[in-house]
Ligand binder design. Structure first.
Ligand code: CA
Length: 267
C-alpha cells in the first residue's frame, strides 16, 4: 500500500505551493474552513472514488477522510457500478479513463437510473470530454493534475448545493412548476422532474425571479459556484433541462435570451 507519507514528495498531484506534503495539519483549525459536511448532514457523507491508479486513489481518499468523509474505492467501471448499488454513495468522484467501462459510460449508466452527484476527473485536456460529461449529467469536473485540496473543496461545494439543507428554503411555485428547495425536488402536478443536482440548481435560480433574464455568468455562479467551468457549460445544462421540461410539456417556459442568457416564464 502506497501512503502519502512516503510518496508525496515526488508526487505531482501534491506539489503545489498550496498543498504541503501530506499529512498536513491545518485542515481542522484554519479560519477558512468550510462548514462541516459531517455535522450538517448528521452523518458522514460517503464518497465513491473511482480511480484505477492506486496512488491517486490513495491520495484522494486520504484527503477526503481527513476532512471527515467516508470513502469507498472502485478501480474500474464495473466495480464502480456495483459499489454504487451496494454502498449508495452521496457523491461519485469519477475518473474518465478507466479499464472495463470508461468513466463516461459509467456516468451514462449512473444517470440512467439516478441523480447521485458526480464530479468527473479527467486527464484529458480536450474540452470535448468535459462538455460530453456535463451533457451526460456530471455536476462538475476537475482536470489532472489536480490539487487534492481543490478536489475536496469541489466535493464539498457540490454536496452543499445538492444534499445540505439551507436554513430557510420555501417551496416556490412558477406557473405549473413547484420547486421544493429543501427536498431538492421539482414537481409538475403529480409528476416529478428527474433533474440532476446542477439542473435543479439552475431551475431554482431562474425560478426565484420569473421573467428576469439571467446572464450565463449569474447562472454559473449560482449553480457551480466553486467551479472554473466555462460559461458555455451553462448552455449544456440548460439544454438538458429544456429537454426534460419539453418532455413534461412545459418546454416553452424556459426561454433563451439572445446575447444575454436565459429566463423562466411563469406561463
Ligand atoms: Ca485513469
Amino acid at each position: 500500500m502506497v501512503t502519502c507519507r512516503e510518496d508525496c514528495a515526488d508526487n505531482p498531484y501534491t506539489q503545489t505551493s498550496q498543498n504541503p506534503p501530506y499529512p498536513f495539519t491545518k485542515m481542522r483549525d484554519g479560519a477558512d474552513m468550510e462548514p462541516s459536511v459531517t455535522d450538517t448532514l448528521n452523518r458522514v457523507a460517503l464518497v465513491l472514488v473511482v480511480e484505477d491508479e492506486p496512488e491517486i486513489a490513495e491520495i484522494l481518499e486520504g484527503y477526503l477522510r481527513r476532512d471527515g468523509f467516508r470513502t469507498e474505492r472502485a478501480a474500474n467501471g464495473r466495480q464502480a457500478l456495483s459499489l454504487l448499488r451496494a454502498a449508495q454513495p452521496d457523491l461519485v468522484l469519477l475518473d474518465i479513463q478507466l479499464p472495463e467501462l470508461d468513466g463516461l459510460e459509467v456516468l451514462r449508466r449512473i444517470r440512467s437510473n439516478g441523480n447521485t452527484p458526480v464530479i468527473l476527473v479527467t486527464a484529458r485536456t480536450e474540452d470535448l470530454d468535459k462538455l460530453l460529461g456535463l451533457e451526460l449529467g456530471a455536476d462538475d469536473y476537475v482536470t489532472k493534475p489536480f490539487s487534492p485540496r481543490e478536489v475536496v473543496a469541489r466535493v464539498k461545494a457540490v454536496l452543499r448545493r445538492t444534499v445540505l439543507p439551507e436554513v430557510s428554503r420555501p417551496i416556490m411555485r412558477v406557473g405549473p412548476l413547484e420547486i421544493d428547495s429543501e427536498k431538492v425536488v421539482a414537481r409538475l402536478g403529480p409528476g416529478r422532474l428527474e433533474l440532476t443536482p446542477t439542473e435543479f440548481r439552475l431551475l431554482e435560480t431562474l425560478a426565484r425571479t420569473p421573467g428576469k433574464a439571467f446572464s450565463r455568468a449569474e447562472l454559473l455562479e449560482a449553480a457551480l459556484p466553486d467551479s472554473d467551468a466555462l460559461e458555455r457549460v451553462v448552455d449544456v445544462h440548460l439544454k438538458n433541462l429544456r429537454k426534460k421540461l419539453d418532455a413534461a410539456g412545459v418546454g416553452e417556459m424556459l426561454e433563451t435570451v439572445r446575447g444575454v442568457g436565459y429566463r423562466l416564464w411563469a406561463e
